[in-house]
Write a protein that binds this ligand. Structure first.
Ligand SMILES: Cc1ncc(COP(=O)(O)O)c(C=O)c1O
Length: 442
């Protein structure tokens, strides 16, 4: 039992909380004060099962001493080293080790500090790549409806979630979107990868016809769309997208910020679906979420295309003060050690079936209109309350938290993405509590 921690309730105003209902929260704060393994502890002393790996990032579970020790030692040995024109050993070691676990061919790594920055970096690499190759007319970027690629201007431009876009002006020019793949009419309650919808990838041909391939630099998609509510690509869809990109010389970018590092039961979604992108963005799981870091993987021919001209010149005018900083690199190395030692990058295979059984057992409960699963990701889609979309799922979130389980909601979809160290008994508690809560929903 955690001792209750007094929270300064008269002092919550200054912090403008990201992606939060600030007023609701500040009236009824949900403070987390400690975490270990599969659990958080709240300020009022309750244990809260983490059904979402924090924000899809704490894949190896909370409070790992190996990562804490590595970070502590690194801070004392070399706290910071300039990222531009200088290096330190751990960032090179981490890049090589990450390239070794990445899908074959993705063997160069550019470091960032977040998923959003990884996305911006990937889009800039794509545009600059065509230019250094003498195809500077390829200036268009194609995203997908309902896509989430972080919150920076490139990411919200190629992203397809209206509330993340509508307040922010004209966004990037030269962006278009292919259709999303969510199809409840044909695919509701399917276990794993849905059967129907591979042909939706042909929507890219429509945009090629409209804009001409010679103007298109890249297509970016999440292999499994997460933040929009766990949309699993139909069988054959990603293969088809790959074929169309190859046919037209368009780069394919997979945004693996949530699917990377074992979420689907394979190291990356590219491994799960057997489709290798040209560029792959990651973040979150790189350091188990504990120190900000992102990593963008690129194929050799992309990296090599930049390596020309006089050797004293900078090849790619892009980077961040904290790209591959020593502390993040140390955290990344310690995290990879844990993933490899405990087999976490493939643990989702072992537990995925049990998780799927539990989740699909919710079929038939009130308001449930779809259930989706893949690896250790699941979603329960609820019928929205007429005239009050998102309210039903948000009530489920609040009630689950009251009962000691943390879930995440987006729109009226409940998403589950527990740490990969989860045990069957935790799955029972997670899904059992969710079932009880769904039964109480208005
Ligand atoms: C697919 C995808 N891309 C990018 C991001 C943005 O990551 P960050 O919040 O670290 O900027 C997210 C975050 O959830 C994501 O799911």
């Amino acid at each position: 039992m955690q001792k209750p921690v007094a929270i300064p309730t008269n002092n919550l105003e200054a912090f403008w909380m990201p992606f939060s209902a600030n007023r609701q929260f500040k009236k009824q704060p949900r403070m987390l004060v400690r975490a270990e393994g599969m659990n958080y502890w709240s300020h009022d002393g309750r244990k809260v099962l983490d059904g979402t790996s924090g924000l899809w990032c704490v894949n190896a579970g909370h409070g790992r001493p190996e990562i804490a020790d590595a970070v502590h030692a690194q801070l004392l040995e070399l706290d910071y080293a300039p990222a531009f024109q200088m290096g330190h050993p751990k960032v090179f070691e981490l890049a090589a080790r990450l390239a070794a676990v990445a899908p074959q061919g993705l063997d160069h790594v550019f470091f960032t500090n977040s998923g959003s920055e990884s996305v911006e970096t990937s889009l800039k690499i794509a545009l600059a790549y065509h230019r250094v190759k003498g195809e500077g007319s390829r200036i268009r970027l194609i995203g997908r409806e309902r896509g989430y690629h972080g919150v920076n201007f490139g990411g919200i431009s190629v992203g397809g979630i209206v509330s993340n876009r509508k307040h922010f002006g004209a966004l990037l020019a030269g962006v278009d979107h292919i259709r999303h793949t969510h199809d409840l009419a044909r695919n509701a309650f399917v276990r794993g990868v849905p059967e129907h919808g591979a042909e939706l990838a042909d929507d890219l041909e429509r945009l090629v016809t409209l804009h001409d391939a010679s103007t298109i630099a890249a297509v970016i998609v999440e292999p499994v769309a997460g933040s929009t509510g766990v949309l699993i690509p139909p069988k054959g869809y990603l293969q088809r997208l790959r074929e169309i990109c190859d046919k037209h010389g368009i780069l394919l970018i997979f945004d693996e910020v949530i699917t990377g590092f074992g979420r689907l039961g394979t190291p990356f979604a590219a491994d799960y679906f057997g489709v290798t992108p040209d560029i792959m963005t990651t973040a979150k799981g790189v350091t188990n979420g504990v120190v900000p870091m992102g990593a963008v993987f690129v194929k050799s021919d992309i990296y090599e295309a930049f390596m020309n001209g006089p050797e004293h010149l900078i090849e790619f005018f892009h980077g961040y003060t904290y790209s591959g900083n020593p502390v993040s690199s140390a955290a990344g190395l310690a995290t990879l050690d844990i993933y490899q030692r405990e087999g976490l990058l493939t643990r989702g295979v072992e537990l995925g079936e049990y998780f799927a059984d539990a989740l699909h057992g919710l079929k038939g409960l009130p308001h449930v209109i779809d259930i989706r699963n893949i690896g250790l990701v699941g979603a329960v889609e609820l019928e929205p309350i007429a005239g009050a979309p998102t309210k039903r799922a948000f009530s489920a979130f609040l009630e689950c938290y009251e009962r000691g389980v943390m879930i995440r909601t987006t729109g009226d979809i409940i998403a589950l993405s527990p740490p990969l160290i989860i045990e069957k008994s935790d799955i029972d508690l997670l899904v059992g509590t969710l079932a009880d809560v769904i039964k109480t929903l208005q």
